[in-house]
Design a protein around this ligand. Sequence first.
Ligand code: F6P
Length: 553
Amino acid sequence: MNITPVDQTETWQDLLDHASTLSDVTIADHFAGDADRANQLTHEAAGLYVDFSKNRLTTETLDMLIALAGEVGLVGHRDAMFEGRRINQTENRAVLHTALRRPRNDVVAVEAVIDDEGATTTSDADENVIDDVHQVLNQMGDFADQVRRGTWVGATGKSIEAVVNIGIGGSDLGPMMAHRALRPFSRPPHSDREIDVRFVSNIDPADVFETLQGLDPETTLFTVVSKTFGTIETLTNARSARQWLLDGLTEATGEVPDGAVARHFVAVSTNAERVAEFGIDTANMFRFWDWVGGRYSVGSAVGLSLMIAIGPDGFRDFLGGMHEMDEHFRHAPLAENLPALMGLVSVWYSNFLEAETQAILPYSDHLSRFPAYLQQLEMESNGKGVDRLGRTVKFDTCPVVWGEPGTNGQHAFYQLIHQGTRTVPADFIGFVHPSDAVGNHHDLLMANFFAQTEALAFGRDHADPQRRFSGNRPTTTIMADRLDPRTLGRLIALYEHKTFTMGVIWGINSFDQFGVELGKEMATAIEPELTSDSPLAHDPSTNRAIAHYRSRR
Ligand code: F6P
């Protein structure tokens, strides 16, 4: 473990100096000074085309950032992750989401913990996790096939028509985003039969209420997804769904049929005890492991609803795409390594050019929830102010990640990106072929994609300052042939490893999330106060707000 905080390294200081020497050089100047810039700064790997040339940097900047990665031991940290070392040291866990997508004959074991007497203290240590991974993938595949073929029937003997995934955070965002992204692959001709897959996450009653509208309890299956099976939102929604099911079946048949919950509820969790306590048959439970973080879990059984939608073969392609990017991250030199370069460029903006946000702008409506997915991935991983040694960091860490699909964003917030006072580095993500072809829509969409990055980088002069575009607005262009399961897998793993790179540079643990705990605990304490007259002992503002709520409920 490196002891020197990254901002105390020589390279960090060099980068600060370098940033100030570049402060008056624009992206247009960089292009004017280097005819080969677009070639030099564009890389293709694992089916992705990534052009960094419209950023405020030079090849020298990248060399220095790569030197910084060397100073903090990025390669060693990367290898430790792939090898199953317990790099999530605050929770004493390995970080092995990459094992979820490795081929069946690979071998990866979780690092053992040896106690003072020399005994191994963990049950999972030294076992090849790939066997377990493929056993669960097969179990998922069998189940998904039964649902898709109509042979998995509900308690009244009818085939399943709709699947409702209940989960939140990583137990929702991944499958929900991917299901939306791959919608065309969940219906003919890619898929024999389209299952209506829906998602409930929010504890707001509106979510479960609206999502269940129009569904028939006799033909609806719930996948309750929770790593811990202790998350209040998920358990509350699952209980309400169970009640809806039992009421609906009773209305349809005059009684609660045998096996109602067993035929209509399956669970995805690491916690069999709590699953059984909830009343779900553990025979219908799909396992995953503590070495899969929630926000890194879409390739595990957490993706069951996605697999039901796109089929086991589609899901295996999705994993295959992730694995391709894993291999690229693991083996490509840093100078050509897409996730490492993306992470380093993002560090450059956060720490040396004072950018506070990172925009994600997919030119694909199917990727409308990709920015939300990346918000959890990047901000829950790297939104931290203390390093691995518990020291307060003295530099900025994760930028605020946000975004919306183009072209909608163009008619909303792009004004600020073009003419505002802030630097907003933006990833533009587009595809050569549309998922659904309608007239000339796709070429029009992509014309906007190309036009925006050109306009942002080069601007346009005008005598009237209100109509002047200064340019020098940084973007990274990411393109792939088409948005299919394999490409989506590659894109997800690209951002996972980008996030990892940034965490290593900053010296923080990207795999815990203690920052979500305080609010959860306080909500649990406040809930009974809302329905009682007990005296309130919060701060004056919170007391007043709760009193207002009490007086009007
Ligand atoms: O509140 C944060 C979090 O712990 C996320 O990290 C996680 O993805 C989500 O809650 C859901 O947790 P679980 O899968 O245990 O229900």
